[in-house]
Design a protein around this ligand. Sequence first.
Ligand code: FPP
Length: 247
Amino acid sequence: MTLQAPSQNAVRAADPAAPRHVAIIMDGNGRWANERGMPRLSGHKAGTGNFHRVLRTFHERGVDFVTLYAFSTENWSRPPAEVSGLLSLLTAVIASSMDELHENNVRIRHLGELRHLPDDLAEAIRGAVARTGGNSGLELCVAFDYGGRAEIVRAVRRIVAAGTAPEQVTEELISANLYLPDVPDPDLIIRTAGEQRLSNFLIWQAAYSEYYHTPVYWPDFDAEEAERALAEYKRRRRRFGALPEEG
Ligand code: FPP
């Protein structure tokens, strides 16, 4: 996998129209498994098989940040066996992918809460973030035990706790108190498996994101699908509430 910073710069120069940040709602693992008569967890496992290829494609096309929605605050209400399966799966993915990601200069970030997670998983996430903290290539942000509303509540609590006067509360201040304040807002949000909802994902940051959905289930979302999403993004005209430019 080539995820080094130099190639990133070369590609960005060649394709300045690429989104800088792509965020993905990985949906359809359960349906993928059901259709094959397999247990749901096999679908989640299959959903860990493609992410290296997808990351590589995005990075080669000039994307600097990829955020994956791996476990939401709402996912705790799934059956206990599925919840513990998902927690174990992430622990295993970190163990099996860390060396390769680190060698490829990927910086791993986490957004969400670590305090509800089993100690071994919380430690594995902390370890991955610390080990790759100095890397300068693609930033891979993993949303795990993440909810957009919880993130905004946390930001407001921090602002209130700091004794901030009401007139000093600005959009910039709220952005500065999110989990990863230095990560730019997503330019493109992709959701697989045909759903057309945001499901509490980056709800503050998504204010002007372009949204792309595909019927393809996440385990089948490959490099070709990633290219398709990028091609669609390039056709969009982003206006940020203003009028289109003339000409
Ligand atoms: C949604 O499919 C998917 C999830 C809730 C979990 C996604 C997590 C992984 C693929 C784990 C791997 C993490 C990384 C970092 C690659 P669903 O179960 O809601 O599917 P369904 O709607 O078809 O039931």
